[in-house]
Design a binder for this molecule. Structure first.
Ligand code: ADP
Ligand code: MG
Length: 157
């Protein structure tokens, strides 16, 4: 599996990569985010949202599993399945994955069996206080294309 690696030296740089990604995604795209607490999953999602033109503040959905933001170029469905009690529970994820917006799933491995096979997996690794390694693994040609474009235009990969 081809992997694309980026490195960011501030949360602003992570926001910027996410913003660039937001310019390439289309309806029904799915992005998963893995990484320890504080790695930057929500920061990345904020960058995506901002890039989509979403004005509402995006934060970790603490008590809700899914939050919808509909005031941008595309709707954003933000899932944080960390607190999902039963991994087999079906909250209608599929309707989001195939919906009119793009779906971002934090802690996606918890619902691995329910994820679509074509998607962009992103893993954020904490390096130090301000540095993160962002590993992207695309599944499907659409996502491979996106990763190639991102690495071509990236300042810090
Ligand atoms: P998660 O959702 O993975 O738990 P958050 O995005 O909520 O993580 O928090 C990441 C924290 O790390 C934020 O306080 C952010 O400012 C900080 N940070 C420092 N450097 C970076 C970086 N390069 N990329 C992303 N976040 C960073
Ligand atoms: Mg989070």
């Amino acid at each position: 599996m081809e992997e694309f690696e980026f490195s960011t030296n501030s949360s602003e740089e992570t926001l910027e990569i996410a913003k660039r990604l937001s310019e390439k995604v289309k309806k029904s795209d799915v992005v998963t985010l893995e990484g320890d607490l504080g790695a930057g999953k929500t920061t990345f999602t904020k960058g995506l949202a901002k890039g989509l033109g979403i004005k509402r503040n995006v934060n970790s959905p603490t008590f809700t599993i899914i939050k919808e933001y509909k005031d941008g170029r595309l709707p954003l469905y933000h899932m944080d399945v960390y607190r999902l009690e039963d991994a087999d529970e079906d909250l209608g994820f599929d309707e989001y994955f195939h919906g009119n917006g793009i779906t971002v799933v934090e802690w996606a491995h918890l619902i691995e069996d329910q994820l679509p096979s074509e998607r962009l997996d992103i893993k954020i690794l904490y390096v130090n206080d301000s540095t993160r390694k962002i590993m992207m693994t695309p599944y499907g040609s659409h996502y491979v294309e996106i990763c190639k474009e991102l690495s071509n235009e990236s300042i810090s990969n």
